[in-house]
Design a protein. Structure first.
Length: 370
């Protein structure tokens, strides 16, 4: 009797939860809904007077939505080209996320629903059949004065092959990001899973540190931050030094990483591209694969000569032709060419966006550790 009562109460609770989504028996709302070459966005907003859709592919031009049956507002648009886009609704001037969409990415302190348009460009951005593991270990930083959080991807099969060792890619985020940026917005786990599953990339460990020396971890952990004077001598290259002298040894001690330059790669976007360049300059013999992406940084002829002498196997420089840092990338390309360092200068369409950085990872990862 007691069990029957418990089940009845549980069933009632579940029915109530489902009712919150079905809206009292009304047809469930699907949003976004891709049909052929169009996509429809919908939102139930009973008391709204004006509802608009704002999308990353729409620029600064939100589009009006139309009120329909049961106060469901909707708009049908041409499907944009294959990529990952973000969007939100604007309800009477207030930004609102799509309650029907479970695909969400975090950009700093903002959570935004995603529209993933299928196609060749995005075929590695979805889930593969086999999956690696994402973990968040902490390392002790004497340089920065506290423990700090990392995001680490280990490839499929890592746990089942205790004797196998792997090369490592150190993948750095840009300004405003943290140790989860490449996983959330960059789709790193999905890209690596797909590339490895298809035999296009070597199985590798991917380490994604937090590049903000004042943070122990992402702000979502609600840990107080340290205020740092970036101009003080004490913190000059502090994060880069921690990366090269603390994080690399930590990974090679606690993961089955191959401790050789030929098995280490470093890449980063924007600010992380600058960190990548700085790390290669300060520690020219540490990484054989160097990939600055949309980078804010430069190198002198003497520093490039040091990289040549160290035997760098791949220098992959990438930037969008509409990126505000494109001229700086062109200057670095020119210097690399003049100094005779064999390299790749990958120029894409578009600007300083995750659409490009996902593309770059998808492009340079198969070139690593060959």
């Amino acid at each position: 009797m007691i069990l029957s009562l418990v089940l009845a109460v549980a069933g009632t609770g579940m029915a109530q939860e489902l009712a919150n989504f079905s809206r009292g028996g009304q047809r469930p709302i699907i949003s976004p809904d891709i049909q052929g070459d169009s996509v429809t966005f919908s939102l139930k907003a009973d008391y709204a007077t004006v509802v608009k859709l704002s999308g990353s592919w729409l620029g600064n031009r939100p589009v009006d939505m139309t009120r329909g049956e049961n106060n469901v507002w909707s708009v049908k648009l041409p499907l944009p080209s294959p990529e990952i886009y973000t969007y939100n609704f604007v309800v009477d001037g207030v930004a609102v996320n799509d309650p029907q969409n479970v695909l969400v990415q975090r950009d700093g302190t903002r959570y935004l629903p995603m529209l993933i348009v299928p196609g060749e460009r995005t075929e590695n951005y979805g889930e593969a059949k086999t999956h690696g593991t994402v973990s968040h270990p902490w390392y002790e930083s004497k340089i920065l004065g506290y423990s700090r959080r990392l995001t680490v991807y280990t490839p499929y099969g890592y746990e089942n092959n205790p004797k196998k060792k792997y090369p490592v890619l150190y993948l750095l985020h840009g300004a405003g990001g943290d140790e989860e940026a490449w996983i959330s917005m960059g789709r790193t786990a999905q890209i690596m899973d797909n590339l490895i599953e298809k035999g296009l990339a070597e199985p590798m460990i991917v380490v994604m540190p937090n590049g903000n020396p004042g943070q122990q971890a992402a702000r979502t952990l609600n840990i107080p931050e340290k205020t740092i004077n970036w101009r003080s001598e004490e913190y000059r290259n502090a994060y880069v030094n921690s990366l090269c002298t603390e994080i690399v040894p930590f990974i090679e001690k606690n993961f089955r990483a191959i401790p050789k330059p030929a098995s280490r790669a470093i890449a980063g976007l924007s600010m992380g591209g600058g960190h990548t360049i700085s790390a290669s300059i300060l520690y020219p013999e540490l990484f054989d694969y160097i990939c600055p992406l949309s980078a804010a940084g430069s190198a002198t002829p003497e520093q490039i000569t040091a990289l040549k002498n160290a035997g760098v196997k791949l220098y992959f420089l990438a930037c969008g032709d509409a990126d505000f840092l494109f001229e700086g990338s062109k200057t670095l390309d020119k210097t690399l060419t003049e100094q005779g360092l064999d390299h790749v200068f990958f120029v894409s369409d578009g600007g300083h966006t995750w659409a490009n950085w996902r593309l770059y990872l998808n492009t340079f990862a198969p070139k690593l550790f060959k």
